[in-house]
Design a protein around this ligand. Structure first.
Ligand code: SAM
Length: 405
């Protein structure tokens, strides 16, 4: 792979600047490896669906400027900006979009090797993505051998971290990425473990321990449906988990259309029987993918809105606009906004919490008030918080402090 400096991996920039994260360790021979050859192959129908999604998302990206002009959309909000600006140097996500949108069978079958801009991790290098590009990757015949070697050399810290993350958790709250679409790692108690498994497990743990998941379960029991919206859904991992855990959730992802290509492929191919739509039309008990430039026209309200590692990569203008949309129409009265973002002011971006604090009346930080990010902060992927327009009413509020890692 090319070793170039990328602009999309803030997790990695922060790691370089001192944020604690996994270090490399020696082999872990007692664990089973799951490689590309162990992936469930895609059917002809799934490959046809992937081609259709590639064509549709290419058309959505191509039609963006015309849509913005025709509907008089606020371009400062609607165009990719800040860390996702098309003008950002060596913007990896655009190169990956162009490659994956072609829907070559081998690339779709290894989609997870192309999702580095979202989690900041290069799955096939088994390494952080700061100096890596996946856009030019070629799959030789010995690829699995190389993967096995890298996993054996570098994945041990993830195994240890996974065991810590899932200790004492109810089994249904464990994130289990399916062995398909290029997912690789060690199999630990039946779970395919790599850096990204742990990244999403961390978010699920916080949602679980703060009582948000319990609240969702209660709402489904009383209302028969829960509506969840994720702003900036990355490659769709959290959505995948939510839809497995809560089939009665109607899930909306709002994201740049270039990124929706990845989440739509991932979610559609891992849930072949689930309804998905692209655009503003609702998808009851399914997943709706809304291009961000249509967000202002989205007239719906949600029980839970999520944003992780994403507002910190937007402009302040975009964040304030999203907050305005949440407070004026998207957040139901008893809804919460779960947000977990880094403080990335030191790399020229922003700390979403600063802006959110001036816009939301109620804020519940889900980390100890004296936690020091440089020394032993309990979470690796930002400062988690709940925000609300009304007093928060969650069962766990008496003890919001998370357990130490
Ligand atoms: C670093 S990724 C994080 C993805 C995922 N939330 C996670 O935690 O892994 C940032 C996400 O924010 C999205 N994003 C960037 N600008 C956006 C905007 N203006 N509106 C919505 N999403 C945006 C990106 O496309 C990407 O999906």
């Amino acid at each position: 792979m090319d070793r170039i400096k990328l602009s999309n991996s803030l997790d990695d920039l922060l790691r370089q600047s001192g944020t604690p994260d996994a270090t490399r360790q020696a082999d872990h021979p007692d664990q089973t490896l799951s490689l590309l050859r162990d992936n469930t192959p895609l059917s002809t129908a799934q490959l046809a669906l992937a081609r259709q999604i590639g064509e549709e998302m290419t058309a959505v990206v191509a039609g963006r400027n015309e849509y913005i002009r025709k509907h008089r959309i606020d371009a400062r909000f609607a165009k990719p900006d800040a860390n996702w600006s098309h003008d950002a140097p060596q913007n990896e996500f655009l190169r990956l979009f162009q490659r994956v949108a072609k829907s070559a069978e081998g690339d779709i079958a290894r989609l997870r090797g192309f999702t580095q801009p979202f989690s900041g991790y290069n799955l096939f290098e088994v390494d952080d993505g700061t100096y890596l590009s996946a856009a030019d990757i070629e799959f030789g015949t010995d690829f699995d051998t190389d993967l096995a070697r890298r996993l054996a050399a570098r994945n041990a810290p993830q195994i240890e971290h996974h065991k810590h993350l899932v200790a004492g958790l109810p089994p249904e709250v464990v994130f289990r990425p399916p062995a398909m679409l290029g997912e690789i790692g060690h199999v630990v108690d039946g779970v395919l473990v790599n850096h990204d498994t742990n990244a999403y497990q961390e978010r699920i743990n916080i949602l679980h321990k703060s009582g948000v998941l319990g609240q969702i379960q209660d709402k489904i029991a009383t209302a028969g449906e829960v509506k969840i919206c994720e702003i900036g859904g990355g490659y769709g991992a959290l959505c995948h988990w939510f839809k497995q855990m809560f089939p009665k959730a109607s899930y909306t992802i709002i994201d740049l259309p270039e990124s929706l290509l990845f989440s739509r492929l991932y979610v559609s191919l891992t849930h072949p029987d689930m309804a998905t739509t692209c655009g503003l039309a609702a998808s009851r008990f399914g997943v709706r993918f809304v291009p961000n430039f249509m967000a202002e026209q989205l007239d719906d309200s949600f029980d839970l809105i999520i944003n992780t590692l994403s507002m910190s990569e937007m402009t302040e203008y975009q964040v304030r606009k999203y907050v305005h949309l949440m407070s004026t129409k998207w957040l139901k009265e008893d809804a919460v906004f779960f947000e977990q973002n880094h403080d990335v002011r030191k790399v020229g971006l922003l700390f979403a919490q600063e802006i959110l604090a001036s816009e939301f009346e109620y804020h519940l930080p889900l980390y100890p008030p004296d936690a020091d990010y440089e020394k032993g902060f309990p979470y690796r992927h930002g400062f988690p918080s709940l925000w609300s327009l009304n007093p928060l009413d969650l069962p766990s509020l008496a003890s919001p402090t998370p357990p130490a890692p």
